[in-house]
Write a protein that binds this ligand. Structure first.
Ligand SMILES: Nc1ncnc2c1ncn2[C@@H]1O[C@H](COP(=O)(O)OP(=O)(O)O)[C@@H](O)[C@H]1O
Ligand SMILES: [Mg+2]
Length: 271
């Protein structure tokens, strides 16, 4: 069984898609504390694919995402997005973190258009209200435009944060444990929402998560990262059909894939 799900992501992940992100030999050492966080990570994301990285706490997942987003420079290696090296934050990248971090003094819709305001000014932000409303509709938040974040539940705030990420129409979504603060039911629901949004927009997505079932239900490929310094020890192709549904999580194929990834626990990846 092992051989049937192990594969080389550089050649077999969504073969039809064109390359969007290409990482070669990305390493990172934080020199001030002399901590090596990443060790020679290679990664290919093709257009419209959904990939996840799973690994123990502190293994370098967030560091990898920050390097991909251009928020941190790698110590070695190259990061190329849409054929151009990533040297700083870019418009074609959307990011989402564990906490929604909506500004409490802005209404929901003001929070959502904020990236436009920062980028293009107040007039452009006002002109983006219609788009913000249709995004709110997309995530089931119609009618909450003028509500302040303290009146939103955790799940609603995360949905608003999805809208804020999508308002600039990024081609690539970088997701750092975006739903891990939610209860299990809301999290399952948000995962299905995220799948729907990505399929509708043909977005290329990269998810950092602690949850093996979450990684499996969402992804075309799951990269298992070793303990620090993080490197990919296996990339597991997830050959479940799309669209995925929550009832797939009780099926034997899903169980086998989860087990395959979990087996790395025994091999010391998570110690
Ligand atoms: N800015 C930084 N300066 C020094 N060390 C850091 C910095 N950011 C992260 N680290 C260290 O790098 C390692 C990987 O961190 P991180 O990427 O946040 O892990 P993960 O997201 O997998 O939990 C950890 O040991 C962490 O303490
Ligand atoms: Mg992290």
């Amino acid at each position: 069984m092992a051989a049937s799900v192990a594969f080389d992501p550089a050649t077999q992940a969504r073969p039809r898609g064109r390359p969007v992100y290409e990482l070669h030999g990305v390493s990172k050492t934080f020199t001030r504390r002399n901590v090596q966080a990443l060790d020679k990570v290679d990664l290919l994301l093709t257009e419209g694919s959904f990939s996840a990285v799973i690994g123990p706490s502190g293994c370098g997942k967030s560091t990898l995402l920050k390097i991909m987003a251009g928020l941190l420079p790698p110590s070695e290696g190259s990061v190329v997005l849409e054929g151009k090296p990533v040297t700083g934050p870019r418009r074609d990248i959307g990011m989402m973190f564990q906490q929604a971090t909506l500004f409490p003094w802005l209404t929901t819709i003001e929070n959502i258009v904020l990236p436009i305001e920062i980028r293009d000014g107040k007039a452009a932000a006002r002109a983006a209200y219609d788009k913000a409303r249709s995004l709110l509709e997309l995530v089931g938040l119609s009618g909450f435009e003028r509500v302040y974040p303290n009146e939103l539940s955790g799940g609603m705030a995360q949905r608003a944060a999805i809208c804020r990420m999508l308002i600039t129409e990024p081609a690539v979504l970088l997701l750092d444990e975006p739903f891990s603060a939610l209860d299990e039911l809301s999290r399952d629901f948000m995962n299905m929402e995220m799948q729907r949004i990505c399929l509708e927009r043909n977005a290329t997505a990269f998810l950092v998560t602690h949850s093996i079932p979450e990684a499996v239900i969402l992804s075309d490929v799951v990269h298992v990262m070793s303990a620090r310094p993080g490197r990919f020890i296996e990339s597991v192709a997830i050959d479940l059909p799309r669209p995925r549904t929550l009832d797939m999580m009780t099926g034997p194929r899903f169980g086998a894939l989860v087990q395959r990834i979990r087996s790395h626990l025994d091999q010391g990846a998570f110690t």
